[in-house]
Design a protein around this ligand. Structure first.
Ligand SMILES: [Fe+2]
Length: 438
């Protein structure tokens, strides 16, 4: 066993790992190692656009949630004019945490230590003993909450700690086409259905990000019950059909599972489908019509899944959408956030059914969720063990795949859906950041 004891050993490991990704290998150590975790904190999460919240979580002036990027706690709040701000959740006076709730509504935040008070937009407005104590030496305008750069796409609020990073639009690099498959469910878009499930897991964030970048391979095995009992309208024999689509150079990827007998736009109420087609471009509608399951990751740690799930085994599935964030909090450890997204324009009955399907499959105690975490936690534990950590895993599926010229969407689309191409794209981008080249 070798340890990545110093920066030279770590740089050599990153260099070897990047070369290995190009040849279809990825090291176990990446999934549970203190030095790799620290490097990700320094070079990846402080530079990438990281997901903070969905706008529908904070619909009214004063609404806020607290979230994190790397090891920074952040208040995401809607101000009195309706604008969304992200501010470091820290009083500028002595560094105390300002807001101790995960969500709520407040026009102002007041520090519980010395009482400095800020507007929810971050502006410092109240300092006790301002005249008597500071005698004109403190300018309130210089000591507002630290602002974090924010940008949005279709209701998704992202934050970036790097002022020099390219725009969110550039960062997404065309993956918006595929995000719309989850977000343009009618002209009104989507909204969160309730607060997110939120828990801590002894799992490395990358295992989840990879799985949701299109791991159709595990589904018939890890989630075998779904096929056997009739919860999932696909079978092990046809499950590999579809496409793996990635955005080279950006790291984003999506798996599009296709069942020849699954109806186009199936699993949604009829009255919603016309609005969905109107909200999407013809090319997006053409991709959607061929998609049973869409499972994608926005690099680095935000994922989406749309799939049908039968509330009664054997009955037609209800299509639901989940959005999830894997926030790393240590080597092999993360905070998980899982939301259910529903179309704003949908009838209430469908919203309730979709939420039930989501909860049964991918809520914290959901069947698919438990199947996955059972495996992911064990992968994480293995990755830290002495003999395992210097081993590579094979990522050679689809090494020879040529892009499908007939696929109607952008990006690098290969067949079949069961493929490692998206994972090589994902880890290549991760390697760029770890090497300081992104
Ligand atoms: Fe899974």
């Amino acid at each position: 066993m070798t340890a990545l004891r110093d920066s030279t050993a770590l740089a050599e490991w990153v260099s070897r790992t990047r070369a290995g990704i190009g040849e279809g290998r990825f090291p176990a150590r990446a999934f549970n190692d203190e030095a790799v975790y620290a490097l990700e904190q320094d070079r990846l999460f402080t530079k990438a656009w990281c997901f903070l919240a969905h706008e529908s979580e904070i619909p009214s002036p004063g609404d806020y949630v607290t979230r994190a990027i790397a090891n920074n706690n952040i208040i995401v709040a809607r101000d009195e004019h309706g604008e969304v701000h992200a501010s470091l959740n820290m009083c500028r006076h002595r560094g105390n945490v300002m807001c101790k709730s995960e969500m709520g509504n407040a026009s102002h935040f007041r520090c519980s230590y010395h009482g400095w008070t800020y507007k929810n937009s971050g502006e410092l407005v109240g300092v006790p003993y301002m005249k008597e104590g500071y005698e004109g030496r403190l300018k309130r305008k210089d000591w507002g909450l630290v602002a974090v750069r924010v940008d949005t796409y279709e209701g998704l609020v992202f934050g970036c700690l790097d002022p020099a990073a390219p725009s969110l639009e550039d960062y997404l690099g065309g993956f918006q086409f595929y995000l719309d498959l989850y977000l343009k469910h009618g002209l009104g878009g989507v909204e969160v259905h309730g607060p997110p499930d939120h828990w801590v897991a002894d799992t490395d964030w990358k295992i989840c990000a990879e799985n949701f970048a299109g791991d159709g391979y595990h589904t018939p095995v890890a989630h075998q019950f779904g096929f056997n009992l009739g919860y999932f309208p696909s079978s092990g024999t046809t499950h590999s059909q579809g496409w793996a689509v990635s955005v080279p150079g950006r790291g984003h990827g999506i798996g599009l599972g296709h069942s020849p007998d699954f109806p186009a736009f199936g699993g949604f109420p009829d009255e919603l489908v016309a609005g969905m087609k109107e909200a999407m471009s013809p090319a997006q509608a053409a991709v959607f019509a061929q998609t049973r399951t869409a499972v994608g990751t926005v690099f680095p740690n935000l994922s989406f899944l749309m799939q049908p799930f039968s509330l009664v085994p054997g009955q037609p599935g209800v299509r639901f959408v989940t959005m999830r964030l894997y926030h790393p909090v240590g080597p092999g450890r993360m905070e998980m956030y899982s939301w259910c997204l529903v179309p704003k324009d949908a009838p209430q009955d469908y919203k309730t059914e979709a939420y039930r399907a989501y909860t049964l499959a991918f809520g914290q105690a959901g069947t698919f969720e438990q199947d996955d975490f059972e495996n992911w936690t064990k992968v994480t534990r293995s990755a830290a063990s002495g003999l395992v950590r210097d081993l590579d895993f094979p990522y050679v599926m689809g090494m020879e795949s040529e892009p499908d010229p007939d696929f109607p969407g952008p990006g690098h689309a290969v067949r079949p859906y069961v493929n490692d191409t998206n994972f090589r794209t994902l880890w290549s981008r991760w390697g760029d950041y770890l090497a300081g080249e992104a």
